[in-house]
Every structure is written in structure tokens, then in C-alpha cells.
Design a protein around this ligand. Structure first.
Ligand SMILES: NC(=O)c1ccc[n+]([C@@H]2O[C@H](COP(=O)([O-])OP(=O)(O)OC[C@H]3O[C@@H](n4cnc5c(N)ncnc54)[C@H](OP(=O)(O)O)[C@@H]3O)[C@@H](O)[C@H]2O)c1
Length: 197
């Protein structure tokens, strides 16, 4: 399975490090173009390659890790998604104000899914800080990662990846049920849960 990452900031880079450390090949993109990612690619090593956003979006599984207000612009020219998987890592809140965006009651992953017609959206990797995400192995167990989505086969693939990266994945159900792990608002993101052996 080919893996692309759109967004190479705190979360995109943390996911790239995890993938590359576990031997997965990945392509990663930001808004400023592949050249601007030279030092990250040097750090990540031969499993990683810097590409354009368009190129990253063609992978079979695409992580989307972009600031909430910039998502529409980032995905505007992408697609058709043709049943490819998009992992929505995004939260509807942003520095420096940290004022939640008004989603008119919708769950944020549903708002993202509406921007990506034809994509199989799985919400995951959104509720841990980059530092915790970097360490799936917690003392005595595995760090818990929640995921949700409408498509069983897509969730299975993301669940397998979550496990291979060293986390303990928990399927919350549909995107609406994933609201429990939405940040801000859901009760789960405040917790740093570890599944003990
Ligand atoms: N930081 C956290 O603690 C945390 C935790 C969980 C989830 N999240 C979520 O993860 C997402 C990313 O957060 P972050 O902390 O990684 O943000 P960040 O460090 O500010 O990085 C954002 C990335 O998005 C890229 N980007 C912006 N506009 C783009 C566009 N039009 N096309 C392509 N790429 C674009 C930026 O590229 P350039 O630098 O080239 O502009 C940058 O690589 C957010 O939705 C956030 O809510 C964050």
C-alpha cells in the first residue's frame, strides 16, 4: 500500500517519522513544495520522499494533516479520490487563538469528508500531541489510538497500520460516533490512555 502525507508540520512529520522507523515507504508534501522539505527528508532517510501535494494525494492511503482553516485550499484541486483512503488527523481549532471553529453541530470528520468526495475517510491520529504520537510504546503497554469511519475495509487497513506502528487501536464506530475523540469537545482527547499487556 502506498502512503502519502499532506502536511509536514508537527503532526505530518510525527507520522512520517513513525512510518519511516517501521520501514514503510512514504511520500510527504507541504504548501511550499518538495525543496522546502529537504532537511526533513534527510532526517527521515531513504523510506521518505518529498513530493507535491498532488502527488501525495495519489497514494492509496493519504494522511491529511493541515491547519483547519487551510484545509479547503489544500484539497481544492485534489481528487477524484476514487475510493482511496484519507486519514483525517485534523481538529477544528488553531493557534494562536485556540477558539474552536463553528461547525454548526457537525462532527469535524464529516466536514472534512464533504471536502473529499469519493474518499474513504477514517478519523485517526488527531487526539495525541506530537510528542505522545512519537512514542507508541508506553511504559508497560501500548498507547491507545481511537479511530472511526463509515467504511469497514478502510478502517481495517488503518487499524492494521495503527497496530504495526505500535499503538493499540480502538474503533469508536461511525464518524458521528468518533465525536467522542474530537478535539475540542469529546471526552477522550484529554486522556492519554495506555493498554496494558
Ligand atoms: N499539533 C498538535 O498537537 C496536533 C495534535 C493532533 C492533531 N492536530 C491537527 O493536525 C493538523 C496539523 O497540525 P500541525 O500541528 O501539524 O500544524 P503545523 O505544524 O502548523 O503544520 C501544518 C502543515 O500544513 C501544511 N499546509 C498548510 N496549508 C497547506 C496547503 N494549502 N497545502 C498543503 N499543505 C499545507 C503546512 O505546510 P507549509 O509549512 O509549507 O505551509 C504544514 O506542513 C491540524 O488540523 C491540527 O488540528 C494537531
Amino acid at each position: 500500500m502506498t502512503i502519502g502525507i499532506i502536511g509536514a508540520g508537527a503532526i505530518g512529520a510525527a507520522i512520517a517519522r513513525l512510518l519511516s522507523q517501521q520501514g514503510f515507504k512514504l511520500s510527504i508534501a507541504n504548501s511550499r513544495g518538495p525543496e522546502s522539505l529537504a532537511s526533513l527528508i534527510t532526517e527521515l532517510g531513504p523510506n521518505a520522499r518529498a513530493v507535491t501535494v498532488q502527488q501525495a494525494s495519489k497514494a492509496e492511503l493519504v494522511f491529511l494533516a493541515v491547519n483547519w482553516s487551510k484545509l479547503p485550499q489544500a484539497v481544492k484541486e485534489l481528487g477524484p479520490w476514487d475510493g482511496r483512503i484519507v486519514v483525517d488527523t485534523n481538529n477544528p481549532i488553531e493557534a494562536p487563538l485556540f477558539k474552536p471553529f463553528d461547525l454548526a453541530g457537525k462532527v469535524s470528520s464529516q466536514v472534512v469528508a464533504e471536502m473529499l468526495p469519493g474518499a474513504l475517510v477514517v478519523k485517526a491520529f488527531n487526539h495525541l500531541s506530537p510528542a505522545l504520537l512519537a512514542n507508541p510504546a508506553a511504559v508497560g503497554g501500548k498507547r491507545v489510538l481511537f479511530f472511526s469511519g463509515e467504511h469497514h475495509s478502510a478502517k481495517q487497513k488503518v487499524a492494521t497500520l495503527i497496530e504495526k506502528l505500535g499503538f493499540f487501536g480502538i474503533d469508536l464506530g461511525t464518524l458521528e460516533q468518533g465525536r467522542l475523540a474530537q478535539f475540542p469537545g469529546g471526552p477522550l482527547p484529554a486522556l492519554n490512555l495506555v493498554k496494558h499487556h
